[in-house]
Design a protein around this ligand. Structure first.
Ligand code: ASP
Length: 338
């Protein structure tokens, strides 16, 4: 096997070590990783050739911001022509956000970009780090997967369909509204017909404003002042509201509905997502949801929160107006919604 894969290390549990304050990013991960991978690769032929690159600051991914998405995308695009595939080591906490964001920022691609990480660090004797990494490497080197994906614990899922479902189990990731792209057991069962089409990429640089998108969940008794205080930040250009079931808000709260209608009139793009993970929004099945149609709020179909959030950031970073963004929300750009 002479495929070349770039491993891009950004931090996360996979490379962390224990400290008095709990797990923290560690400096000497490349040497440890190399040693472990070579001990797996006894005949020298089973693993692809790989190089390891690290981002400037290795982070716990809970500290990730939209600027980190662009930094990762830039590194991938700079090295695109030198490698046949890419494995991004990332913390699990916000991996679904980064995978979703990369799917939009990179756009159409012709090589695999597989994000992975682990729930237990490589530094521990019992870990899920090595197998997640080894399998991601072999998938990136041996299969034509022209998408941004997450590989974790036997499953390859589309990045912009993924969410971290479990905090304490090894099968942390789930694709609630789209089938898994592959399952990996003794054999690799890749669902070729589900994959996006391969196309030559044309990478662009985007400037993200980390404050541009906000998220507000609805809850019993939610006051309109919540929307007021969030939107007092004038940098916010898009708001995700998380309503109940198929997209039903508490429409009997007239002050809340009036405040949402005013925000909409002021040019804030408001997207309605369901608090249910599976199924998505059918805005108007109930009159409560229909009230959102009346004031021009867009139903977010079966987008995950991570996909909706990063898609809004991406469309705003492209410089689109709210009228340009609205029809794109529930239309798939990179296979992120039905
Ligand atoms: N806090 C870690 C991170 O997201 C968790 C992990 O990687 O599993 O960086």
């Amino acid at each position: 096997m002479n495929k070349r894969i770039l491993i891009l290390h950004t931090g996360g549990t996979i490379s962390m070590v224990a400290s008095k304050q709990g797990y923290v990013p560690s400096e000497n991960f490349p040497a440890r990783l190399h040693e472990q991978l070579e001990s797996q690769n006894l005949g020298g032929t089973e693993l692809p050739l790989y190089n390891l690159l690290e981002t400037d600051h290795l982070i716990d991914s809970s500290n990730s911001t939209p600027n980190d998405w662009m930094a990762i995308a830039s590194l991938l695009s700079q090295h695109w022509h030198k490698y046949e595939g890419f494995v991004v080591l990332h913390g699990t906490d916000t991996m679904a956000y980064t995978a979703s964001a990369l799917s939009f920022i990179l756009g159409e691609i012709d090589k695999p970009v597989i994000l992975t990480g682990s729930q237990i660090p490589l530094a521990k004797v019992r870990n899920d780090a090595l197998s997640n990494l080894v399998i991601s490497l072999t998938l990136a080197a041996n299969y034509d997967i022209p998408e941004v994906c997450i590989y974790f614990n036997g499953k390859l899922v589309r990045g912009n369909r993924s969410t971290k479902l479990k905090s304490m189990q090894l099968d942390a990731f789930h694709s609630p509204n789209f089938p898994d792209l592959a399952t990996v057991g003794i054999d690799v069962d890749l669902q070729q017909d589900l994959l996006l089409e391969a196309n030559k990429p044309s990478f662009k640089h985007y400037e993200f404003d980390p404050q541009a998108v906000a998220i507000v969940p609805m809850y019993p008794g939610v006051p309109s002042s919540i929307i007021n205080s969030v939107l007092s930040n004038k940098k916010i250009k898009a708001l995700i509201i998380q309503t109940y079931g198929v997209g039903n808000p508490p429409d009997a709260n007239k002050a809340l509905m009036k405040r949402l209608a005013k925000a909409e009139e002021d040019g804030i793009v408001i997207v309605n997502l369901s608090q249910c993970l599976i199924g998505g929004v059918f805005q108007g099945s109930y009159s409560t949801g229909e009230s959102l149609n009346q004031i021009g709020i867009i139903g977010g179909a079966d987008l995950t929160l991570e996909a909706a959030f990063t898609k809004l950031h991406y469309l705003l970073a492209k410089g689109y107006s709210s009228d340009e963004i609205k029809p794109l929300i529930a239309a798939p750009l990179r296979g992120e919604c039905r």
